[in-house]
Design a protein around this ligand. Structure first.
Ligand SMILES: Cc1cc2nc3c(=O)[nH]c(=O)nc-3n(C[C@H](O)[C@H](O)[C@H](O)COP(=O)(O)O)c2cc1C
Length: 434
């Protein structure tokens, strides 16, 4: 049985008609406070009230009583015997949506970074040109990725969708990307396979008709019943130009209800890439892709790789914070800095992939100077998640202001290091200070 996910807002339940509150939830178990006279081994009918008009109905077995100081309430560990009708699907959708919202609250409010970002990027110094020739506005930031023109080598990395807060953020990000000519990724769309009513929280094409837009799903889903047609539907439903397939093993392992079975995925990924009509970008989410794996990804048919290195948002840290279990929190801390830093990953991957293979550098990129560093190290485009999320959470103007500042910093960094075009950046001689 997987670990149960603690709920931020407890859910009302009835057990053979007796009321209770569900504190933690999984597809195969629940933790419930109730005054009902339960006993281990007893089987009961369960109704779980998710939100108005949405409930899951099934049968559960009482496994054990959990000691609590909340008398007269008693706490029970229940095992799910069966779900009725669509209950399992409904519950899965509910869990994905509430997980997304709790991720957003944590990312908005807590320190979720690996703590490496300063060291990781400031190690690489662009050469300083004390007598630059030109003005920042003369710099040519234009570039291309996956056959699409971008106004600057910047991507708003895939983050969200699946709840009303997430939908509002996606719309702000889309307007920002359209206005500034940036690429944009959507967050994991797995939830759409369970609840297609959430599609409007992902659809942004009306606001951003011209951008390079990436759909998103976790590669691990291919081990959990998601097939090629599902992926095709996810891409089509948002009119995306490409699919980002994310690799997030550390997050899944630290997440209490995470997926642990990563066997045989490579063949499935290669088959998916071969069958899909759009290019597939393989991306990590903050632990990096090594040179060896980059070659494997290229050979599986990936059209681009986003190294998603360490140094920025740490999903181990986020999952630790989300868990209310002190052992999980400690585990999150243990893996907080795990991985290959973005700068190292870009350099190593570029060295083995050759000059032409499209490479994206996400993970700890925080400003336009970092974008210049990332491109100078070998990336075609730099991706940013956390900085755009936090700005977009404040509204449209802050998001646009953040994007404009990043581009202005990039122009200044280019002018004052002697790179007039984006293609000049990788020719600069970086100094590495350790
Ligand atoms: C709020 C938030 C949600 C995210 N959700 C997803 C996701 O659904 N799919 C995905 O591939 N990456 C997701 N990521 C990971 C980012 O795309 C990125 O790889 C990672 O955050 C590192 O970049 P950063 O340091 O700029 O935040 C998310 C990041 C944030 C901050």
């Amino acid at each position: 049985m997987k670990q149960l996910a603690s709920l931020d807002a407890y859910l009302p339940v009835t057990l053979d008609g007796e009321q209770g509150l569900c504190l933690a939830l999984g597809l195969d178990g629940l933790l419930v406070d109730s005054q009902a006279p339960l006993a281990p081994g007893q089987e009961l009918g369960l109704r779980l009230f998710l939100k108005p008009g949405s409930r899951a109905v099934g049968r559960v077995l009482v496994r054990e009583e959990i000691p609590t100081a909340q008398a007269p309430l008693r706490r029970w560990n229940l095992e799910v015997v069966s779900w009725e009708g669509d209950s399992e699907k409904t519950l899965q959708g509910h869990m994905s949506g509430s997980r997304k919202d709790s991720h957003l609250s944590i990312v908005a409010e807590e320190d979720v970074e690996s703590g490496l970002e300063q060291r990781a990027w400031e190690r690489w110094d662009l050469p300083h040109l004390a007598l630059p020739e030109g003005r920042p506005e003369d710099m040519d930031l234009s570039c291309s990725l996956l056959g699409r023109e971008l106004s600057a080598p910047v991507m708003i990395a895939g983050m969200t969708g699946g709840s009303s807060r997430a939908g509002a953020i996606n719309r702000v990000l889309a307007v920002t990307a359209q206005e500034l000519g940036l690429a944009m990724g959507l967050g994991s769309q797995r939830v759409l396979l369970e609840q297609d009513g959430l599609l409007p929280t992902f659809r942004v094409r009306d606001l951003a008709p011209d951008i390079l837009l990436l759909a998103n799903v976790g590669a691990i889903q291919l081990n959990l019943g998601v097939d090629i047609d599902d992926c095709r539907r996810l891409v089509d439903s948002v009119e995306a130009d490409a699919l980002a397939l994310h690799l997030n093993p550390i997050q899944e392992m630290v997440q209490p209800e995470g997926d642990r079975d990563w066997r045989d995925l490579r063949t499935k990924i290669a088959k998916l890439i071969e069958a899909l009509e759009v290019p597939v970008v393989i991306k990590e989410v903050g632990s990096g892709i090594s040179a060896e794996l980059a070659v494997i990804c290229r050979d599986m048919g990936a059209a681009a790789i986003d190294v998603g290195g360490s140094g920025g948002t740490s999903w181990a840290k986020i999952e630790g914070l989300r868990s209310q279990d002190s052992e999980r929190q400690a585990m999150g801390e243990s893996f907080r800095r795990w991985g290959i830093s973005t700068g190292d990953a870009v350099r190593e991957c570029r060295a083995v992939l050759g000059a032409e293979f499209p490479l994206i550098a996400t993970g700890g990129v925080r400003n336009g100077v970092d974008v210049a560093r990332a491109v100078a190290l070998g990336a075609d485009v730099a991706g940013m998640a956390l900085p755009f999320f936090r700005a977009a959470d404040q509204g449209q103007d802050p998001a646009l202001a953040r994007g404009r500042r990043i581009l202005e910093e990039l122009r200044i960094a280019m002018l004052c290091s002697g790179a007039r075009t984006v293609a000049d950046l990788p020719r600069l001689k970086l100094r590495e200070s350790r």
